[in-house]
Design a protein around this ligand. Sequence first.
Ligand code: ADP
Ligand code: ASP
Ligand code: MG
Length: 396
Amino acid sequence: MAGLIVQKYGGTSVAQPERICSVADRIAARYHAGHRLAVVVSAMGHTTDELIELAQKVSKEPPRREMDMLLTAGERISMALLSMALSDRGVPARSFTGSQSGIITDGAHRRARIRRILGDRVREALGRNQVAIVAGFQGVSEDKEITTLGRGGSDTTAVALAAALQADACEIYTDVNGVFSADPRFVAAARQWRTLPHDLMVELATRGAGVLHPRSVELARQYRVPLWVINSLRQAEGTEIVVRGMEEYGVVGVTSDSAKAWLEVKLSRPTALSALWDAAAKGQLAVVSPQFLDGRVSFFVEQDCAGEWKSQLQKLASDGFISSFELRTDWVPVSVVGDRFSQDGAALQAVLEALMSAGVEATAGNASSLAITIAVPAAKASDAVKHLHHVFLEGN
Ligand code: ADP
Ligand code: ASP
Ligand code: MG
């Protein structure tokens, strides 16, 4: 059945001109089969990383606003090239920046959240039977400032656009067949899920499974967007993110997140915790897996935000809310995600035993109903993931 499809192609899928041409072939085939298509693209290959390195060569602390101006250039290149490749194939296409597409975000540079999508020009293009190509990862604030959505944010552009257009499906094309029980690049025994419910996918994504941007899964759940992860490089069955039914999934995956660091804060008065959360909320600083014990609170933060955390914490210390803090970038989170933990008191024990037998020091840990997260030395994270995967997912 012909319908309106939003597709998203990630960096590897458009890394070279030849790959852009094969993406164009794929789109042309769907277009000629009668589908209407809005296509979200990421920057080519490692472009975003290269732009970040470039900025670091000219500035010790590049202003966040200017970083967004710079980084959005990456997606502008790929959207224009894809549009050209389509026109060569006789497919009418128009490319649009985030701002032209009316992707309105808040003003938080480098980690903005989409507030709404106007989408007039995208709808207009679709109405003229053109393929609309939209730059991923970017938007514009109410103050007309250009923003980006955080690393990996093109997935969120695609799902938000699919919700706004009430698309029949959102297909995320990437360089693996779908969602696996661990990063298949590092765990050879990782197995692919054909379907996975939103709640478990959100947990996997927030705890480091880079295959989908966490916010994209939250939006898919909220707006009931049919969401798929599919390989763009070869023909294979993908993974469908589904509404949770009655079935239980057990343990679905093991993740680690080298972009995070561990932060421990000593509080000096009872109101300190709310002052700390207020500071985090104001600065839009993510707090992952917090735990409170004995006047101390610890949680994971984005390493990218270390500088901002330090200045917030120094202010809280001078205001007398906290007495000290320690930021450990050499400790990262490793998580086991699944839907049985609330009934299974032994799960945390099993995780700790598995880590001990792999010779991995478990510094601190936290269990919720859908995940167990442990701080481990960064150098041991990949051993920890392999071993936990072996214990929980390889049938022993
Ligand atoms: P894209 O550029 O297409 O957005 P990403 O690099 O952001 O691609 O995401 C795809 C990568 O996510 C894969 O190459 C894989 O190494 C990694 N990954 C991490 N965890 C998982 C997982 N649980 N399942 C599948 N892929 C994963
Ligand atoms: N190009 C951006 C990044 O590398 C966005 C994305 O790929 O989703 O993070
Ligand atoms: Mg990605």
